[in-house]
Ligand binder design. Structure first.
Ligand SMILES: Nc1ncnc2c1ncn2[C@@H]1O[C@H](COP(=O)(O)OP(=O)(O)O)[C@@H](O)[C@H]1O
Ligand SMILES: [Mg+2]
Length: 371
């Protein structure tokens, strides 16, 4: 177990005209599971490679257990990595690949055998132990690469989309195994994924990156419920948060969001208390699909909207409806028992306690006094 401090990490690749990492600050506690997410090309793998020592940094400081590792070679950092492009030793069997790191550490043979067996069971590759990498599928190779890392028990694990080549069922199994492993060993883990469920279920904290910058660092609940800006709000969650743009108006002491349609027609949505100060300003209301519910809650007449169902997507546990109201299309998570039909209208109530508001200019979340 180890702490990891990333201080103002900067990286510009030779001959590149833009900076890939623009000052990343993250402190990771010993035993913490940190998930790194962000669009393709935002610098996640670059950051992982700098931690591993495979890429130099052009600014900042990386400390493992308080010690600056700038001068420490990758092999001496006591990190195990599983990256997107995993290289197995082609001439060794699966068993040999997994055991290699342990043999280098001079672990006694009986212990190595036990460790290889433990890891192979966990990754469901026991029947493959005597094969060579060339005799394995992509997903099997990925599991062997994972096994090699897991057998080592290093201070720090770096996983860069380790489950990306696996089919859906195996991915879920592996996710449970990784979570269990972390609970048992309490190892410090930095893990890159583009899978929303993986991020939400595995992380102690999530770091959201965009264009080489950290957008938000927080618990899954922080990121999901109080995203710091429109980008984070739209990035995390599937289907995405709905955004409704309008101008704040105050009528009889109550603030409303005035929406203006293409034809100039206006419609009003209620706003939470505390928005009066924003009168005349453009704001974006963010509503998660699950906070638009079907049916009539008589106490909240004013938070209802009526729209036309355009598409229905039953997923099993729920049904996602794409609903058009007032020139906007919003996704709503309805009960699978819902009787709604495409082409019909539906009345939805907005859970105003749960909406998130953003400044239309800066795109930052507006903090209300009751936050
Ligand atoms: N070895 C390299 N040389 C030059 N540019 C690179 C190199 N590796 C990555 N990049 C660039 O750095 C940016 C971030 O890449 P990467 O860290 O792989 O993103 P991610 O893992 O988030 O998809 C991209 O624009 C990519 O083209
Ligand atoms: Mg990458």
């Amino acid at each position: 177990m180890a702490t990891l401090q990333l201080k103002s990490i900067r990286k510009t690749y030779p001959k590149a005209d833009i900076e890939t990492l623009k000052g990343i600050d993250i402190e990771i506690d010993s035993g913490e599971f940190l998930i790194l997410v962000g669009p393709s090309g935002c610098g996640k793998s670059t950051l992982m490679n700098t931690i591993a020592g495979l890429e130099s940094i052009t600014g900042g400081e990386i400390k493992i257990d308080g010690r600056n590792v700038e001068q420490v070679a990758p092999k001496d950092r006591d990190i195990a990595m599983v990256f997107q492009s995993y290289a197995l030793y082609p001439n060794m069997t699966v068993r040999g690949n997994i055991a290699f790191g342990l043999e280098m550490k001079k672990m006694p043979k009986p212990e190595i055998d036990l460790e290889v067996q433990r890891v192979a069971e966990m990754l469901q590759i026991e029947q493959l132990l005597d094969r060579k990498p060339s005799q394995l599928s992509g997903g099997q190779r990925q599991r062997v690469a994972m096994g090699r890392a897991l057998a080592r028990r290093p201070k720090l694990y770096l996983f860069d989309e380790p489950l990306s080549n696996l089919d859906a069922k195996l991915r879920v199994d592996m996710r449970h195994q990784i979570k269990r492993l972390h609970q048992q060993l309490g190892t410090t883990i930095v893990y890159v994924t583009h899978d929303q469920i993986e991020a939400m279920t595995l992380a102690d904290r999530i770091a959201v990156m965009r264009d080489g910058e950290l957008q938000q660092l927080g618990t899954p609940a922080d990121i999901y419920n109080t995203p710091s800006n429109l980008f984070v709000a739209g990035f995390m969650g599937s289907p995405s948060m709905n955004f409704v743009k309008g101008v704040v108006e105050v009528q009889e002491g109550k603030s409303l969001l005035a929406l203006v349609g293409d034809d100039g027609a206006r419609s009003m949505l209620p706003l939470p208390a505390g928005m009066e100060l924003w009168q005349g300003k453009e704001v974006v209301m963010g509503i998660r699909p699950e906070h638009l519910s079907e049916g009539s809650d008589m106490n909240h007449q004013d938070t209802k909207v009526t729209g036309l169902i355009e598409v229905l997507e039953p997923t099993g546990p729920d049904t996602i409806a794409m609903v058009r109201f007032f020139n906007q299309e919003v996704a709503c998570r309805l009960s699978p028992d819902s009787k709604v039909k495409v082409g019909e209208s539906v009345t939805l109530s907005i859970d105003l306690q749960k909406v998130v508001l953003f400044d239309g200019q800066t795109e930052k979340r507006i903090q209300l006094s009751n936050d």
